[in-house]
Design a protein around this ligand. Structure first.
Ligand SMILES: Nc1ncnc2c1ncn2[C@@H]1O[C@H](COP(=O)(O)OP(=O)(O)OP(=O)(O)O)[C@@H](O)[C@H]1O
Length: 256
């Protein structure tokens, strides 16, 4: 369970997040949408410890982690897939994976844990690119690598900051399928998305951030039944397709 309670955070004394509260259950996906500059990245960075919370609580499985160093928060079971992937251009895929799979990282979820072999099974495209450097990968491959790297940290809470940004519609749909499968396996997922429609395809709840405040947070099914408030907040058509089946994680094998 990820609990964020009246969280305030910002930069250089300025406040960006104003008393943000969210609760994300294990095995569920909480989408956070909002306009550019609303504070979505600041929220995931604060949960990951990259931005210091000025007040409020962040709990992972009931343990208060706000104020800890980022590596301690990662050890508590928080994995971050950052906006823009942030893969190292000069390191190979194999080097990224072996660095991320540090042996001190025991599974925090009590499950079998993520190994390099298991991530390659989930994301077989990476297996054929092991010797390629970050700068030689396509956008989709870089995104897979960013997700694999986060999984190797043995997260029980996965934070994804616009993982579909810049991907073709087909690849973006596969990333969503993958995220959906990870939630089906029990991960707690907080997904920052620009596209409301895409968020609603897989999320259990949708929250809207506006000027750093949560102005909407409802189950997706409810949002789908009454899309007008969301549409008004985001100035978009909030018609979404029915929920995706969350049963089996699908493999992502073919060429992106
Ligand atoms: N490192 C930083 N230093 C100072 N201000 C920052 C920093 N990062 C973000 N901000 C400011 O915080 C506010 C929220 O930015 P943030 O990146 O969290 O928004 P966002 O909702 O993720 O936007 P986008 O959808 O464009 O990625 C903005 O006003 C931004 O200028």
């Amino acid at each position: 369970m990820l609990t964020v309670d009246r969280l305030c955070a910002g930069y250089g004394g300025g406040i960006v997040l104003h008393e943000v509260s969210l609760r994300v259950r294990p095995g569920s996906i909480q989408a956070v949408v909002g306009r550019n500059g609303a504070g979505k990245s600041t929220l995931v960075h604060t949960i990951a410890g990259l931005v210091r919370a000025s007040s409020g609580r962040i709990e992972i499985g009931g343990v208060h982690v706000a104020g800890r160093q980022p590596h301690r928060i990662a050890q508590s079971g928080v994995g971050l897939v950052p906006q823009g992937r942030r893969v190292f251009s000069r390191l190979t895929v194999a080097e990224h994976l072996h660095l991320a799979a540090a042996p001190w990282r025991a599974p925090t979820s009590g499950g079998e844990g993520w190994t390099v072999a298991r991530t390659l099974e989930l994301l077989p495209r990476l297996a054929v690119r092991l010797r390629h450097r970050g700068c030689e990968l396509s956008g989709g491959e870089q995104q897979m690598l960013a997700i694999a790297r986060a999984l190797l940290g043995q997260p029980r809470v996965l934070l994804l900051d616009e993982p579909c940004e810049g991907l073709s519609p087909d690849l973006a749909a596969r990333v969503r399928e993958l995220v959906n499968g990870l939630a089906a396996d029990g991960l707690t997922v907080l997904l920052v998305e620009q596209q409301l429609q895409h968020a609603m395809e897989i999320a259990d709840r949708v929250a809207v951030l506006e000027y750093g405040r949560v102005v909407y947070d409802r189950p997706t099914a409810e949002a789908r039944r009454d899309p007008a408030p969301l549409a008004a907040m985001l100035s978009v058509a909030a018609v979404a397709p029915p929920p995706a089946n969350r049963s089996t994680p699908r493999l992502w094998a073919d060429t992106p």
